[in-house]
Design a protein. Structure first.
Ligand SMILES: Cc1cc2nc3c(=O)[nH]c(=O)nc-3n(C[C@H](O)[C@H](O)[C@H](O)COP(=O)(O)OP(=O)(O)OC[C@H]3O[C@@H](n4cnc5c(N)ncnc54)[C@H](O)[C@@H]3O)c2cc1C
Length: 822
């Protein structure tokens, strides 16, 4: 009976912890169970006395605020204040920027899946759809990759004009200022389509619509600035760029040495109060063609002309290109993807204070302005263009792997190629869902600081992995450059997207979890605030409430992680109980959400401020959060599309891949945790039955690969929204695919006849004639085979050049030999 009593008390505690009940309820439940045994005489008296004393010793002080505060909260608060990392103003700005959306649920350990599925699945407005189908399609038709990347190293003038005239540079500018006023989803759809065929055009269009003068003016500009600049930016009368990076300040952007000194000077014939700017910026996209430069500098007021401090902080100015002292126009050459990019320098450039975005009132607020706006552009630009590239890679590789034959079989039928094909499809599904969900968050009014970092990092990383597989499957066809090559430049350019908008190693190591843990955690930010309240009594009272809430939350997550680890996610509510497969997916996610929440708490509690420097731990926790987010995005998309059963293999591949990565990430934290005791605890709580997740299996990988090889609604859904036209090599191949597939039985008949000796001519053409003569195929079938073969030869053809023509700058270097069909 003694054991039974202990088991009942433990069981009650586990149920309360699992449900996350309040301390009072938990206490009442334990007291109730104890009284049942005591009053019913169900246990020996000695046992009852000992257990009763122990229960009272723990529960009474915990439930009386004063005692609890003195015994636990006060000493802990003292220690906590010492453990808190010191944050610079810039770090504080980053921590406080943005809103918390679905990622907060994932971090809670108990995500509300119904809330995820209730999130609206937005679609384009009629006007946006018409723009995507009209001017965007037309623009894509004007883009010749080889001309842009090799012959001109730029978009042709008529393409620039077309973009300006059709307001491609003013997608985010509201209609009242003459822009297109598109939603984030509309903006995404345009970038996705353009980037599917030209990274150069994609970048040139993306930058004016991302973080830069237009976005900053919309949020912080004075009315005068908005009325002057926005209508001009909308129609491309002004081309903007934004200059932050310099030779000594890359990732550590707040260390810019570029400066401005407040002084009086002559401006348009009058003496005015202004600033003298000196700056040296590099890598600035659109700088060579920009007419107005958004500039980040540190301002100083050594003579006290503004009556305040000497160091005023980072401030943002708009510098017209033709201002005296500005040097701009030369170009960098980013990895053979020659979008406009170059340095901007300025020597003693004098401008009045109203050249500052928002005027003199915004002096020193530049970093906050940037961080507040960063999440929106970062959520859209690179994730959308990566999605466009990934979808194009999927479509092209699926078709190519069916059309290209070796050893008498389409290469896509070989297991080795299937493996790479399934990776391409699964990751395209992941990127696409991730980008859509993050963009939708923007349209729902969120400023998704953490999801935008997740989307930027994972979309660009996966795009790089996809293009590597795509290149491998295409073999020499991807390697030989020329007008027929639709891959080489995308492969070359992949590292660019890794580096820009927050280089990826830094984004993974510092930003995703660093920001996520503090922004999304239900207690941490509030605890920090409570610990900083000046009045000691209020501080202790508030901190005590939060601390015990936090302890309850940690215990709940530990118990949930352990129990769900044992039950493999059972005992949780799922939003689709009738679907066995999908229910399993939701259960796994709930389990790992609890595991992540618990592991994060252990990391924050035991490492405190040191966690900031433990980048490997932080990066792995960020990986787990990211993959949970990606899985949520995929499930939301699958539900919104009415669970198309034919897509299920791709969803399953992508899901198991992500879950395996979550396991790898959490196992990496547990294996490498600096404290040995915590290592043991983490292994026990997070993996009570060991590491049981497996990478997608061979059968699943086979199914996914086969879906890529022929036209279907699944393939259409996977690759929707990109540019497919017979004028473009991929569109040409796509149009030929059904014909190639239809001709396969004829080819098999020919092959059989060859093997049986019925056909013994040496060339293909002679064999074809023999096949008709010997009734292997009819004349019409022979004609079909001829036409298909001509198309296939064109598809697998590569370009050739005279040696002279390849010398850079050689006369005629733009001339290439192409066949008539090209
Ligand atoms: C083609 C191109 C276009 C660009 N466009 C613009 C633009 O329009 N405007 C603009 O202002 N800037 C622009 N940039 C600059 C871009 O944002 C920077 O390149 C980027 O911030 C990284 O700086 P860096 O190249 O000097 O690398 P570094 O800062 O030297 O970083 C090198 C490596 O160290 C890693 N690293 C650095 N610090 C840490 C850390 N604490 N923890 C972990 N890893 C770390 C980085 O992740 C990176 O992998 C552009 C860059 C390129 C290449």
């Amino acid at each position: 009976m003694t054991w039974l009593l202990l088991i009942v008390l433990l069981g009650v505690s586990l149920v309360c912890a699992f449900q996350g009940t309040r301390l009072v309820t938990w206490t009442a439940a334990l007291a109730g169970a104890f009284l049942l045994f005591a009053l019913g005489g169900l246990a020996p008296v000695v046992t009852l006395v000992i257990v009763g004393i122990l229960l009272a010793a723990v529960l009474v002080p915990l439930n009386i605020a004063r005692i609890r505060q003195q015994l636990v909260s006060e000493p802990f608060l003292k220690q906590y204040r010492k453990m808190l990392p010191t944050l610079s103003d810039t770090e504080k700005a980053a921590m406080e920027a943005g809103t918390v959306g679905w990622e907060g649920e994932l971090f809670s350990g108990k995500p509300d899946w119904k809330a995820l599925l209730k999130r609206p699945y937005l679609t384009l407005t009629d006007e946006e759809q018409a723009f995507v189908d009209g001017p965007t399609e037309e623009l894509c038709g004007m883009l010749r990759q080889w001309e842009i990347s090799h012959e001109l190293a730029d978009m042709p003038p008529e393409v620039w004009e077309f973009c300006k005239k059709n307001k491609f540079f003013g997608m985010i500018i509201p209609k009242e200022y003459g822009g297109l006023g598109f939603s984030a989803l509309g903006h995404r759809a345009v970038l996705q389509k353009i980037s599917s065929i030209s990274a150069v055009a994609g970048s040139n269009v993306a930058v004016p619509n991302s973080l830069g003068p237009a976005e900053l003016l919309l949020h912080y500009g004075t009315e005068e600035q908005k009325n002057h600049y926005l209508p001009r930016l909308a129609v491309g009368k002004e081309i903007p760029c934004f200059a932050l990076t310099g030779p000594t300040a890359g990732s550590d952007a707040t260390s810019i040495p570029d400066h401005g000194v407040i002084c009086k000077g002559q401006y348009r014939g009058e003496e005015v109060l202004g600033m003298r700017l000196n700056f040296d910026k590099r890598y600035i996209t659109l700088a060579p063609v920009a007419t107005v430069i958004g500039l980040a500098v540190k301002l100083y007021d050594p003579d006290g002309l503004l009556g305040g401090e000497r160091e005023l902080g980072i401030s943002l100015a708009l510098v017209p290109r033709d201002t005296e002292g500005v040097e701009v126009g030369t170009r960098h050459f980013p990895l053979n993807v020659p979008f406009q990019n170059g340095p901007v320098r300025g020597k003693d450039v004098f401008l009045p204070l109203d050249a500052l975005i928002g005027g003199a009132d915004m002096i020193g607020k530049g970093w906050r302005m940037l961080v507040e706006c960063l999440s929106v552009g970062r959520a859209i630009t690179l994730p959308s263009s990566s999605t466009g590239g990934a979808k194009m890679g999927s479509l092209a590789t699926g078709a190519y792997a069916r059309i290209r034959k070796q050893f008498n079989l389409p290469i896509g039928r070989f297991e080795g190629v299937e493996e790479a094909l399934s990776r391409i499809a699964g990751k395209t599904y992941q990127i696409s869902a991730l980008s859509r969900m993050t963009t939708t968050a923007v349209d729902l009014g969120e400023k998704p600081a953490v999801p935008s970092a997740i989307a930027k990092y994972h979309a660009t990383e996966m795009a790089r992995e996809i293009i590597t597989d795509v290149m491998d499957i295409h073999g020499g066809k991807g390697i030989v450059l020329g007008p027929r090559n639709y891959l080489g430049r995308a492969w070359q350019g992949a590292p660019i997207w890794i580096t820009v908008e927050g280089a990826n190693i830094l984004t993974r190591s510092l930003m995703i979890f660093g920001q996520g843990a503090i922004r999304c955690h239900p207690f941490v930010l509030k605890e920090i605030a409570a610990s900083r309240i000046e009045d000691p009594k209020t501080s202790l009272r508030e901190f005590d409430k939060l601390l015990f809430g936090h302890i309850g939350y940690s215990i709940r997550n530990a118990v949930r992680s352990l129990v769900l680890g044992f039950s493999r996610g059972r005992l949780t509510r799922v939003p689709v109980p009738h679907d066995r497969r999908l229910s399993g997916f939701y259960r796994k996610l709930t389990r790992y959400s609890a595991a992540l929440a618990f592991t994060s708490d252990v990391a924050m509690l035991t490492l405190g401020g040191k966690l900031k420097h433990k980048e490997r731990i932080s990066a792995r926790l960020g990986d787990a959060l990211s993959q949970l987010y990606i899985c949520s995005a995929m499930l939301a998309r699958y539900e919104a599309q009415d669970r198309p059963s034919k897509d299920q293999p791709i969803l399953a591949w992508a899901f198991h891949d992500a879950i395996f990565k979550i396991q790898t990430a959490l196992a990496g934290v547990a294996d490498n945790f600096p404290n040995r005791l915590m290592r043991v605890l983490l292994h026990l709580v997070v993996f009570p039955l060991g590491r049981r997740e497996r990478q997608p299996g061979d059968r699943l990988s086979h199914k996914v690969a086969q879906l890529m090889l022929s036209p279907s609604t699944t393939r259409d859904r996977l690759t929707d929204g990109i540019y497919v036209s017979p004028e473009h090599p991929v569109g040409f191949m796509e149009a030929a695919l059904p014909e190639v597939i239809a001709a396969e039985p004829l080819e098999r008949r020919m092959l059989k006849a060859q093997q049986s000796g019925t056909l013994d001519a040496l060339t293909w053409e002679e064999q074809l004639a023999q096949a008709v003569e010997r009734s292997v195929i009819s004349e019409t079938e022979a004609e079909t085979l001829k036409q298909v073969r001509a198309k296939v030869l064109e598809i697998i053809a590569v370009d050739e050049f005279e040696s002279e023509a390849l010398r850079l700058g050689a006369p005629g270097s733009t001339e290439v030999q192409t066949s008539e069909a090209a």
